[in-house]
Design a binder for this molecule. Structure first.
Ligand code: BGC
Length: 253
């Protein structure tokens, strides 16, 4: 099957990481290769890095890219944590032209969610599952009966204090404001309570940087919804981007 092995790439706030993925089994078939995200993260800078990752693996097959913004049919619509020049750019076309390889681009949280529902913590869940990735930004993805609602941007929800959740309780905010884990967890708990009240998920999955350290914050949370950490941790974006590319292979065939 031509689309079984796909190069998954995750464009994050601090690093752009890639690895070939076996999309049938959901694992990386080689070690991840990471290059620091160029600052500012312009279309040119980022596409050059992606080209280097493709060359590193001597890759000649399809590529899937998890992108940290709203992406509709390949076109970037927002740019909270990346260079504003991305807005309006067809990222799929840009990477295809640069690499000569079929490329599918989707939101990074949507990608992580696809990996979690297929191979990870959300597998088999039929009710609503909300996955929240907490890193440089806050990404969200909502599933119900296993179906994904694309491009939910619930990290930009305004909390009662009038501040956007992402500017209040991302992992970058924790680090930049020097919050200890308890202080950060109390903020995150306000956000989670809001999510619980609005969406009534059966399960909340936490991904991104903070999901590597659940012991630091889980016991400070008061939400009643079951919370688990994403299994794939920082590989979920890579695996999900590859999976999504396989699912959308009709675009290239
Ligand atoms: C963006 C989302 C993205 C999230 C995580 C947010 O700032 O608006 O699209 O999923 O960061 O990267």
């Amino acid at each position: 099957m031509k689309y079984r092995h796909i190069l998954g790439i995750d464009f994050g706030g601090s690093g752009i990481k890639g690895a070939p993925v076996d999309t049938k089994k959901g694992y990386l078939t080689a070690d991840r290769y990471r290059i620091p995200t160029p600052l500012p993260a312009t279309p040119e800078g980022v596409s050059n890095v992606i080209y280097k990752i493709v060359k590193h693996f001597k890759w000649e097959g399809p590529v899937g890219l998890a992108f940290p913004a709203v992406v509709m049919n390949g076109i970037v619509k927002t740019a909270s944590n990346i260079d504003k020049n991305w807005i309006g750019i067809n990222a799929s076309e840009l990477i295809m032209n640069k690499t000569g390889l079929p490329t599918y681009v989707l939101n990074d949280a949507d990608a992580a969610g696809m990996a979690a529902m297929k191979f990870g913590a959300g597998k088999g869940k039929k009710g609503s599952v909300l996955l929240i990735t907490v890193g440089t930004g806050i990404g969200t993805v909502l599933f119900t009966k296993g179906k994904l609602v694309q491009n939910t941007e619930l990290g930009h929800l305004f909390l009662k204090s009038g501040i956007e959740a992402e500017d209040y309780t991302s992992d970058a905010v924790r680090q930049n404001e020097g919050l200890d884990w308890e202080e950060w967890a109390k903020r995150f708990d306000i956000y989670l309570n809001e999510m619980e009240k609005l969406f009534w998920p059966e399960l909340i999955i936490i991904g991104g940087g903070v999901s590597k350290k659940p012991k630091k914050f889980l016991n400070h949370l008061t939400v009643k919804t079951k919370i688990i950490m994403a299994k794939a941790k920082n590989e979920a974006g890579i695996i999900g981007a590859a999976l999504a590319t396989r699912e959308n292979r009709n675009l290239f065939e």
